[in-house]
Design a protein around this ligand. Structure first.
Ligand SMILES: [Zn+2]
Length: 483
């Protein structure tokens, strides 16, 4: 933990800023406020959110070490300030420009895009033209401004920024993604081929069509008691730090998410039940985040409590989500036929999702290296989707990926981390580690340090199995029923 005077001087204001942001976000997500505008909160701290902060950290030799979380925070805010007007412009155009579907119904671009993302048979060619003309230039301008902010701060390009500030190691991930796509191709094709001919489907449609139906109920009502049992068997507790907010209500943002309002003292896990297994795995994932935050040492400075490597933060969610890939736990939690089907369904879904994220990563890295016109970028993305998934992307998916700040890298790293930690626990505690209080003690001890290391540093320090997507692929294969 750094005690450099510059870092020490940044910690108190940054702690206040992050608490203010988290409180505002939680109020918005839980339906207690109608807006969440981080830019306004950033604007109240002009002394922190300016290029000089990054320069000072660099001059002090801290930008790649203890100062990295602060560099990331400041640059993210500067990027948001630069790109917010463009994003507002995109939203306006998506509402203002309208299209007519095959039945003669007029709708705005945003709605047409959502329909096309769900249904590859929706008319797309005209949408592409409209997007290329009306919207893509704004997206690409946003990407240019993002690049301008990071190069002005001394990074070579977006890849250099992602590697040094976000710690993605994109070159390694590219190799891992290629390896994963190769080694899981046959299995993927065995899922895809019976459901869709190559071409006229989207990944969302494939996931929907591949979904298993279970002989016994698998929903929030069955999984919540299982989660409570798991947590208590591990010797862990929700109260008093973690609140579960599981009711759907008007104004509450739908989906599953964890809101670390105060780390470690006030953590909310929110799920708006949609029915079925789709509520369960996300609930376990979010509770992984919540437990990590709630068991983080309260004495740690802000940068070790809540400004960490996203791959590590997400990875802890994967550790608990992947309980749905643990044979022993599945077998003692569900009737036999459902236990097997649930493991299979979880693995199959994750296989499709991971392949899609591999494609996104390859595309995003390539586009950062070789920028070009919207039409050419779209063609490259379509080509990768066709080659590795046999699917068709939604109309501006490629722009979403491009401007998505390498989210795919975070996702891929989190699956690697979650898989490595599960192997370590199986080795240190035994194959039946879920529900073993010794595993709970191990987790508590490793959560205590919060986010004071990156995912890779943690794996090295604990001598856990090396992170790799090949290990993720093997874990998935172990759970799939061969057909
Ligand atoms: Zn998560």
């Amino acid at each position: 933990m750094s005690t450099h005077p510059l870092i020490d001087s940044l910690r108190p204001p940054v702690a206040t800023i992050l608490d203010t942001l988290a409180t505002a976000e939680a109020r918005y997500c839980l339906g207690e406020a109608t807006t969440f505008e981080p830019a306004k909160i950033h604007a109240a701290w002009p002394d922190i959110f300016r290029p000089d902060t990054v320069t000072a950290l660099r001059t002090a030799g801290l930008a790649d070490g203890a100062g990295r979380p602060f560099v990331g925070l400041v640059l993210q805010a500067l990027i948001e300030a630069e790109t917010a007007p463009l994003h507002a412009g995109i939203a306006e155009r998506e509402k203002a420009v309208t299209v007519t579907d095959a039945n003669g119904t007029r709708m705005d671009l945003a709605r047409a895009r959502r329909l096309a993302a769900r249904d590859a048979a929706a008319p797309r060619d005209h949408l592409h033209e409209l997007y290329d003309r009306e919207v893509a230039p704004l997206w690409l301008e946003a990407q240019q401004r993002r690049l301008a902010v990071v190069t002005a701060a001394g990074y070579r390009d977006l890849i250099d920024y992602a590697d040094r500030v976000q710690r993605h190691d994109l070159g390694r991930l590219e190799r891992e993604a290629r390896g994963f796509l190769d080694s899981t191709r046959v299995r993927y094709e065995s899922i895809r081929r019976p459901l869709f001919a190559a071409g006229p489907f989207t990944v969302a449609q494939l996931i929907g069509a591949a979904r298993t139906t279970f002989a016994d109920p698998v929903d929030l009502a069955t999984c919540l008691p299982l989660l409570r049992l798991l947590v208590s068997e591990l010797g862990l507790e929700f109260a008093p730090r973690i609140r579960l907010d599981l009711e759907a209500r008007p104004g509450k943002v739908p989906g599953a998410y964890c809101l670390p309002v105060r780390v470690p003292d006030d953590i909310v896990v929110a799920v708006s039940a949609g029915g079925g297994v789709g509520d369960c795995r996300p609930l376990f994932h979010e509770v992984g985040h919540a437990l990590h935050f709630a068991y983080t040492g309260s004495e740690l400075p802000v940068d070790c409590r809540r400004m960490g490597d996203e791959g590590l933060v997400e990875g802890w969610g994967v550790v608990t989500e992947n309980i749905f890939l643990h044979r022993g736990w599945l077998d003692r939690s569900f009737p036999g036929r459902t236990a097997t089907a649930l493991g299979h369904d979880t693995a199959q879904r994750l296989l499709i999702v991971t392949r899609a994220q591999c494609v996104r990563l390859l595309f995003a890295v390539d586009a950062a290296r070789r920028p070009t016109t919207p039409a050419e970028l779209r063609a490259r993305y379509d080509q990768l989707m066709a080659e590795h998934l046999g699917a068709r992307p939604g109309p501006i998916e490629y722009l979403d990926v491009l401007c998505g700040d390498f989210v795919s890298a975070t996702r891929l790293r989190s699956w690697e981390f979650g898989t490595s930690v599960a192997h370590l626990l199986a080795h240190e505690i035994g194959p039946d580690w879920p529900g073993d209080p010794r595993a709970g003690r191990w987790l508590r001890e490793h959560w205590r340090v919060g986010v004071s290391h990156t995912a890779t540093e943690a794996i090295d320090r604990w001598a856990a199995p090396q992170v790799s997507l090949e290990a993720v692929a093997e874990n998935l294969a172990d759970n799939m029923i061969n057909s």
